[in-house]
Structures are given as structure tokens and as C-alpha cells.
Design a protein around this ligand. Structure first.
Ligand SMILES: [Zn+2]
Length: 167
């Protein structure tokens, strides 16, 4: 259980480019460091509330709204008991901050009545989905984040294995 970082992802990151879209509102990166509308899904990476070293890959499919949440090592999230876990709710909340409710709802093809919360208008069921692709995209995204010059630790990167990816 030491292999947290998918091999190859960092090599890929060096050879790829990804545009970073400015958020509609400032986001709290520590909680949901990565969110995107891609591959027919709202998907992203959500920090564990209790373990700084653990992250979850959460996704919701457009159309069906079927959802999945697992660790980046594909271990199922323990919070999925027949309904979306707190990571999925955090993902939706952050997507709304990043893209605005209208854009996220259109992408997911969700009907959101006036005054309703988007998260309450999704009626999918749990459907396993691989986490590796999303996690690789997150690593690529990280490689191109502009980190301001600072000598202070960056909390959202603490879980990231600084030496684990190097052989
Ligand atoms: Zn979860």
C-alpha cells in the first residue's frame, strides 16, 4: 500500500498543457483541490476530512447522475450508503463556486427549480467508476497551478508524496 502515485502521470504532466479556468468565485483549494466538467462527468478530488494524507476521487455522470466516490487507489468510499457521501456534496458545492449553478446544471442535465440546491436535484445511484484517470488529470493540473512564491508550507499539498514519485 505504498504506491499512492500512478506511475507515468508525472511524465505525462510534463508533456501536456491544461488551461486553468479562473473560478467564478474564489475557491477553498484545501477542501476540493480539483474540480472539472469533463468526460461527461462532474468529477474531482476531495480531501478527506479526517486524514490529511488521503484524498477521494468523486464523480457524477451527466444525464443519469449516477455517482461514485473512492480513494485514488480505487478503494470504495465508506460514506456511500445508498446516497451521495459528503465528498460528493463538497464536489457539487465547489463546482457551483467554480462554474456557477447554471453551467453545472446544464452540463449534468439537471433540473434545478428556483431556490433549490443543485445537490438535491440529482437522483442517480452508485455506479463504480475508475478513479485513476481523474487522479492523473489532477496531477497534471497541479503541475500547472501557479503557486505564489512563499517559503510557507502549502496545506493542500501536504498529502502529496514529495519523495514517493521519485525513484
Ligand atoms: Zn466519499
Amino acid at each position: 500500500m505504498t504506491d499512492r502515485s500512478p506511475d507515468g502521470a508525472l511524465v505525462w504532466a510534463r508533456n501536456s498543457r491544461l488551461r486553468v479556468v479562473p473560478p467564478v468565485q474564489p475557491r477553498k483549494l484545501a477542501k476540493v483541490p480539483f474540480v472539472e466538467l469533463a468526460d461527461g462527468r462532474l468529477q474531482g478530488v476531495v480531501s478527506s476530512g479526517s486524514d490529511i494524507e488521503r484524498v477521494y476521487v468523486s464523480s457524477i455522470a451527466a444525464g443519469t447522475h449516477n455517482y461514485n466516490c473512492s480513494t485514488n487507489n480505487n478503494r470504495p468510499c465508506g460514506g456511500l450508503y445508498g446516497s451521495p457521501c459528503k465528498h460528493l456534496r463538497a464536489l457539487v458545492a465547489e463546482a457551483v463556486v467554480q462554474y456557477g449553478t447554471g453551467r453545472v446544471a446544464r452540463y449534468l442535465r439537471a433540473e434545478v427549480p428556483e431556490g433549490a440546491e443543485l445537490a438535491d436535484c440529482l437522483h442517480g445511484v452508485h455506479e463504480p467508476a475508475p478513479a485513476a484517470v481523474v487522479f492523473s488529470r489532477f496531477l497534471r493540473h497541479l503541475a500547472y497551478l501557479e503557486v505564489p512564491d512563499t517559503t510557507l508550507p502549502i496545506p493542500e499539498l501536504h498529502w502529496f508524496p514529495a519523495t514517493g514519485a521519485v525513484r
